[in-house]
Design a protein around this ligand. Sequence first.
Ligand code: NDP
Ligand code: HSE
Length: 436
Amino acid sequence: MEPVKVGLLGLGIVGGGTISVLRRNATEIARRAGRGIIITHASARDLKKPREFSLDGIELLGDPLELVNHPEVEIVAELIGGTELARELVMQAISNGKHVVTANKALIAIHGNEIFEAATRKGVIVAFEAAVAGGIPIIKAIREGLAGNSISSVAGIINGTTNFILTAMREQARSFEDVLAEAQSLGYAEANPTFDVEGIDAAHKLTILAAIAFGIPLQFEKVFTEGITQITIEDIGFAERFGYRIRHLGIARRTSEGVELRVHPTLIPERRLIANVDGVRNAVLVIGDAVGPTIYYGAGAGADPTASAVVADLVDIVRAFTTDPGNRVPHLAFQSDALSYEEILPMEEISTAYYLRMQALDRPGVLADVTRILGESGISIEAILQREPVEGASFVPIIILTQSVQEKYMNQAIEKLEALPNINGRIMRIRMDPLA
Ligand code: NDP
Ligand code: HSE
């Protein structure tokens, strides 16, 4: 049988990885798919740019729309990124009756509802395994492997760049900027790395995970999002003294009050598996009522790991060519007319324990003021640490771990603490989670 012809939009990190994996494993991929899968056409911004991989046998097109409209292309792989051009190209591919594979989490999180509706109408597949957690087949695991469960939570490290940075800050005491530059040079970071370090990329991914886990629509705008730019090496050290690691987590949890959707740095007990996931690795804990807790671990970014997911999607699509579109696995795991519209809780309504770090004047009565304000806000202290003053410094760091309290009460307490004349500057607050 003729090989399946794929048009590749984007020849960057993931595009290059996809070409390389498809070539390297061509025979095994054909044995799995039942047909060979080859890239016949590709498009990029600068076709003259030198590439580290061979483009032999691939027709290069300057206009990506030409690729999407090309009659020979059967599957379009969108590996450009961004949400405007990518949306236009994907919608055009669907309208042309072509199946689509994408690694673009921003596109799916923001325009996924519209894209999947159009794809379902047209009877084509839009596959997006590479969009979440790089090479870990987490979409397939939740959507298909855990289809018998009622899932109560999905939580984990879902951005490789931030985990790479936090790991290097802890192990090598390197500066944030230095490690970010290395993550960029290794191809882990987004084109705009603010998306990584401010948590936006993780929020895109969490939006997708929550939709397929709980059967809710994609609701990126409702995810509470905080990045890692305020985390210092000091915080990492203090957390360790209490037996915790700081990880940047995405947490989607179903409670009796509503659904929590949040991305933020989190102190987790160091004995947890996820606390020990280092570098660019991702790990996701999924809890189902039947299966109990399950953990998925692997490379969260990079050329080959991401290509692993892109190629798996291509194989899935080829296998599904002749299936009845009405009986395929639904894009977002649940049938599109069976979504539930549970309330997404605002962060103020969510309860967590907290790590607080403040700079206090080394003077009698200061600690009493701090504990009084926390007590008045109904916040119980779990542990407290006051460091001895460094010679010549008038302020000392005080670290407090609290018990669980609603975020709105913590906000009120922090406002009062920051107004104390003996407290200098802003109070650092990091949420805690037992991940149990
Ligand atoms: P790169 O920046 O390395 O590659 C982007 C590619 O798209 C480049 O080849 C670029 O062309 C091309 N491109 C950009 N704009 C246009 C345009 N206007 N017209 C035509 N081509 C264009 O990105 P990545 O490969 O890292 O990421 C691609 C997608 O995969 C993104 O959605 C990203 O979020 C996602 N992803 C990335 C992962 C990673 O580890 N890097 C992991 C998982 C997902 P040119 O080369 O000429 O500049
Ligand atoms: N920039 C992303 C990350 C790529 O670091 O996780 C993988 O989605």
